[in-house]
Every structure is written in C-alpha cells, then in structure tokens.
Design a protein around this ligand. Structure first.
Ligand code: PA5
Length: 441
C-alpha cells in the first residue's frame, strides 16, 4: 500500500507562512470531516458513479482482448481529454518502456498502442502512413459522441477502412461511447460494431477505470482485474479508516489549505519514475478541469482552482527546479516515489578518480531516489512545502490504487472549494465556438 509523508508541509519545518501547524491542521481535519460522509451519501444515492467502477465485471473486455491477441499489430485510440489521457497513463505505467518498439514476441503478441488525441495534420498523416491498415484496429472513444477532434478522426478512419475493406471495415473498429445517446451509439448499433459503454454519470476525466481506459489497457496485455483490485483496496482503505487516517481526505485538505491559506496556488506533481510520467499528465487534466471554476455551487463568481503542473524527476531537476527552489514561493510540490523498480541497473566502476567515486559502483536505482531526496531537502531548506507519496512498486494494483486515490481526492476537493468538480463549461465553450467557426461560410 502507498504511504504519504506530510512532514514537509508542517510550519515547524517550512515556517508559519508556508506550512501548517499541527493544531491548525487538526482543527481543519475535525471541522471538515462531514465531506467524507457527504461523499459516501452521494455515492450511495447513485451519484459519483466513478467510485463504483472498481466493482464492475470486466470479463467481456478481457475475453475480447484475449480473442484478438495476435490478430492486430496496431491498436489506435481516437479520443481526446478524458477519453485519451487515462489509456496513455496506463500504457506508460504498466507496459514495458518503449513498448511500441518491441518485437511482437516481446509484446506477448499484443498490438502496439497509438493514441491520437490531436488534429495535427502532420502527426495524423504520419501515423496513417506508418500503419499497415490490415493489421490495425481503431477504438473510437467519445462519451458525448460529438467532440470535434474525435469526430474528425472517426470520419477519417471510417473512410479509409471502408475504402480498404468494404463491408469488412467493421472488423477494424471498436466504439466506446454513451450507452444510449449520441451519434456514435446510433452508428455502432445500426452498423453492428463492437461497442462498449461509458457508464451514465461517469464524466470523461473520471472514466479511466471504465471501458474508456480498460479496453486499450486489456488489448496491450495489462491485467485490468488487478488494476480494479488495487482501486478497490484503496476505496476500502479510505472508507475504513477514521478521517485522521483517510489519506485521500488528508491530501485534499492539505492541498486546499496550502492554496487558500498559504498562497500555494500551483500544485506540481513530480514522479521520480518514468512509468508514472503520464499519471502526472492524466492528473493535470483531472485537477484542472475539475477545480478550475468561475462559479461556486451557489452561482457566485469565485474564479477558483489551483494550477496543476506536471514534472518528471530527475529530468526536470535540470529544467524547472531552479524556479521551484528560488522563484515565487507559490507552489506545493507532490513527489511520487517508487521503492522498488522492476529492473536494477548498476553504474560501472571504471575510473580511479575520487571525483567519480561518489557515483561509481552504485546503481541507477539508488541514484534516482537519492536525487529525489536531494531535491526534497533542497526545497524544504528553501521553505518550499512538499510531500511524498511513496509506492512500493509500479504494478497494476498500485496504479489502480493511485488512480482511485486521486479521483477521490479531487471529489473531496470539489467540496472544499465548494464547486462542481464534474462539469467543464469552460471546455464546452471552446467546443461550441469551434463548431460555429466551422459552420460559418
Ligand atoms: O473530462 C471531460 O469530460 C473532458 O475532458 C472530455 O473527456 C473530453 O472533452 C472529450 O469528451 P468526449 O469523451 O465526449 O469526446
């Protein structure tokens, strides 16, 4: 199970302007625990459907992925935002690094996974040129079925598939969309295309543990049952403990207090693990779209929301850390640390040079975590608040738990900020404007 170390957000470590005293924190922990209960009541009343996803039956997805193993060389996701970022995060976390470059045998005969979440003509054209259409399966993912980017990708894929295979185009298409509504649902039903549902009440950015993320994940060989087991374990751990022990509640509270009381209105998520790099990217959307709001629940203008930033340790130590350490003290840094990596890489001992001895003969494993500790110490000494989420390893269980954890933190945070964490009027406004521009003569 993951562990969170909050010591570097305490005022005795980073000072009263940047940190919270124990009594301050305890008062808030006691004062806001009703949000845990409110959340549970909403869940019981059929709201917050994403919290029920870990209990779903995924045998249909698993069966299909198994049946198709070895049949396709490429699996292409056409989706955007919540319909793309989760699948990418799962691929980076749970497939071997450079997965798409491996031989079919090393991929366990699973397809390569490409996620087209942009309408850049050069990228689109290059991908289509790269793919052998006969060996390619497209998964069009859109809850609404009317997002312009995904619609464009869908039309393009449909056209080339029909031209190449006539009526057999269906064999190269899977659709994931709303159960009843939207043009994609109608199309899938009318044309008898294999399809999966985005359950009612599950919003895009909370949908990674539905067919939206699970279908691509299962096709590339990720054990989705274990992923959901990890999420269930996390749900249970947060449910069973007292508010003082509910890590999701504490995290939501700490982030919110840091933003609203200590002026840390930017939240940096910095994993020290390549595998977790796109979890930080997925989180960025979850946080930004859920909490960045003009109005509160009473309709009053509040213009709220901490800005999420994703960084990668150690790479971004040589890019952003200078700013975090010496620039404006307006950030809260969340480190993700991994105790045990899948591989061990030794650093060879080659030179007889005292300047090299601090690193020669050590391992990359030791180095990456020492660099994380070094960055943590440097930030803390500069009175920059930070905390560390430590995972024992990166596995289906821990990643499932981490995803569920951040979704729950985000739902709690919506309550603390008193905003609707499940709509995105600011995104919809852009979609409508694009549609109007394209309709104009
Ligand atoms: O979180 C959200 O709701 C959005 O980011 C959507 O996922 C995104 O806009 C894509 O929408 P759709 O799945 O309807 O195509």
């Amino acid at each position: 199970m993951m562990h969170i170390d909050f010591k570097n957000i305490k005022s005795n470590i980073v000072g009263p302007n940047n940190g919270l005293s124990d009594s301050e924190l305890n008062a808030y922990i006691n004062g806001y625990q009703h949000i845990i209960r409110d959340n549970e009541i909403e869940q019981r009343n059929g709201k917050l459907k994403f919290l029920d996803l870990p209990k779903q039956n995924v045998s249909e997805i698993e069966k299909l992925a198994k049946k198709y193993a070895g049949k396709f060389e490429n699996f292409v996701v056409l989706g955007i935002g919540g319909s793309a970022l989760g699948a990418r995060a799962l691929q980076t976390a749970l497939c071997p690094p450079f997965y798409n470059l491996l031989s079919a045998k090393s991929r366990g005969n699973r397809p390569r996974l490409f996620i087209l979440d942009n309408v850049d003509p050069d990228e689109t054209n290059a991908l289509l040129k790269l793919l052998d259409l006969k060996k390619t399966l497209f998964n069009v993912i859109s809850k609404s079925g009317k997002t312009p980017e995904t619609t464009a990708g869908f039309l393009l894929a449909l056209d080339i598939l029909k031209k190449a295979f006539g009526k057999k185009y269906r064999e190269h298409l899977i659709i994931t969309t709303d159960k009843d509504k939207g043009i994609l649902r109608k199309f899938a039903n009318d044309e008898n295309i294999i399809s999966f549902e985005v359950p009612n009440g599950v919003e895009g950015r909370y949908s990674v543990l539905s067919a939206v993320g699970l279908v691509p994940a299962a096709f590339v060989g990720i054990n989705i049952s274990k992923l959901l087991k990890g999420a269930r374990n996390m749900a249970e751990a947060c449910r069973k403990t007292s508010p003082q022990g509910n890590q999701a509640y504490l995290t939501a509270l700490v982030n919110w207090l840091m933003d609203t009381k200590k002026g840390k209105n930017m939240l940096v998520m910095m994993p020290y693990s390549y595998a977790l790099k796109d979890i930080a990217d997925w989180f960025r959307q979850l946080w930004a779209e859920s909490l960045g709001k003009k109005v509160d629940l009473q309709g009053k203008n509040v213009f709220t929301g901490p800005t999420p930033i994703n960084a990668l340790g150690v790479t971004d130590q040589h890019s952003q850390i200078q700013l975090y350490n010496e620039g404006p003290n307006n950030k809260l840094v969340v480190f993700l640390e991994v105790e045990k990596f899948r591989s061990t890489v030794k650093i060879p001992k080659i030179f007889k040079d005292p300047d090299m001895d601090f690193i020669q003969g050590k391992s990359f494993n030791k180095l990456i975590n020492a660099e994380k500790k070094g960055t943590e110490i440097a930030l803390t000494e500069s009175k920059r608040p930070n905390y560390t989420i430590k995972l024992p390893n990166v596995s289906e269980e821990t990643v499932g738990g981490l995803i569920y954890f951040w979704e729950l933190v985000t739902a709690y945070s919506g309550k603390l900020y008193n905003v609707n964490a499940f709509n995105q009027p600011g995104v919809e406004a852009g979609k409508i404007a694009t549609r109007e521009l394209l309709t104009r003569k």
